[in-house]
Design a binder for this molecule. Structure first.
Ligand code: SF4
Length: 343
């Protein structure tokens, strides 16, 4: 297949700054029940933060930022003892609580309790580099059995009211699994709303840069994702993910991205793919870290459902361009969603 280079100048650059976050990332704990190779967080057995401290953080978020959802991550949030009151608090503020979990501790009862507390979505991190008990040596394809079990559990116990997304950190050896994963999500479109591919990136001490955080020098040799000694891991580029998705869906075209560096043509961010939006599921990809830091934003885990035709008709008046959009990818997607003409 002929490769088509990504052309950021033709996609929307998503607005994101310190004042406006579509989703705020919250870590009530740094304790986890797995050890993923690509994890940027040190697993601290005493990592649970007191609920009062977490709520104080959220009060600061409320004061300083506009946010739509709170992605409750970690560590592993399902083992955080005050998760239910935390979700209840987040929902009471008018934010959408989303659980970012590895799914290991998920039970039908917990799904029901979290649904009652106001959770709107789960983003489940499942991939083959997690040292997951009982899944030693499992391939990405083998793990689809676990993904399906989790998606079904969420769907059945929330009566279909809670969204289910999956993310997988993509390493060089799992890059070839992307067409299969995209097709798998498509096949289970009624219970899997989003597929996120996290590009493996690591901090490299040998690049010989001085690194600073808040004006203070940082020794990146102490970071858990400093991998100069692990040459089997090589950083993955956005173009490679797009090429892999196109193996299964040749028409795949990103429609938006988050920039990440000072280089205007770099796409250090996320994409919603046109194929997916048309088919009620979506694929996003995002780097797991950049320049030694994890990207502090995550791709939206809220599903994009095509807007039904009557709603579009009410929202967008007829005119020379009924979509009132200047982005060709979005126009094409909207037109396909409502069987309307592309302009
Ligand atoms: S499940 Fe998440 S927090 Fe736990 S080790 Fe893996 S990446 Fe880190």
């Amino acid at each position: 297949m002929k490769k088509r280079p990504l052309t950021p100048e033709s996609y929307y650059r998503l607005p994101w700054n310190l004042a406006d976050n579509a989703i705020t990332w919250l870590e009530p704990t740094t304790k986890c029940n797995l050890y993923c190779e690509g994890c940027y967080r040190e697993n601290d057995p005493n990592g649970h933060k007191p609920l009062e401290q977490v709520i104080r953080t959220l009060e600061t978020v409320k004061r300083l930022r506009h946010t739509d959802g709170i992605s409750i991550a970690g560590g592993e949030p399902l083992i955080y003892p005050d998760l239910i009151p935390l979700v209840r608090y987040v929902a009471a503020q008018g934010w959408k609580p989303i659980i970012n979990s590895n799914g290991q501790a998920l039970t039908p009862e917990l799904v029901r309790e979290l649904t009652a507390a106001g959770v709107v979505g789960f983003t489940m991190h499942v991939d083959s580099h997690q040292k997951r008990p009982g899944w030693s040596g499992a391939s990405e394809m083998d793990l689809c059995e676990l993904r399906l079990k989790l998606a079904q559990m969420i769907h059945d116990n929330s009566h279909g009211t809670v969204a289910c997304s999956f993310n997988a950190t993509i390493y060089r050896d799992t890059l070839p699994a992307i067409p299969m994963l995209a097709s798998w999500a498509h096949q289970h479109i009624d219970i899997v709303q989003t597929m996120v591919f996290i590009l493996f990136r690591s901090a490299r001490k040998k690049n010989n840069f001085d690194v600073f955080a808040n004006g203070r020098p940082v020794d990146i040799g102490n970071l858990v994702y400093q991998l100069d000694q692990q040459e089997q891991h090589h950083d993955i580029q956005s173009q490679e993910i797009a090429d892999a998705i196109r193996m299964a869906y040749p028409e795949h075209e990103p429609c938006a991205y988050l920039n990440g560096t000072e280089i205007p043509w770099s796409m250090n961010g996320c994409s919603r793919s046109g194929w997916a939006t048309r088919t009620r599921s979506s694929a996003t990809w995002t780097p797991s870290s950049r320049n030694g830091r994890r990207s502090s934003t995550t791709c939206s885990s809220a599903p994009i459902w095509p807007t039904p035709r009557p709603v579009l008709d009410a929202l967008v008046p007829e005119g020379p361009c009924r979509w009132r959009l200047c982005n060709k990818s979005l126009r094409t997607i909207l037109a396909a969603c409502s069987d309307g003409p592309s302009c």
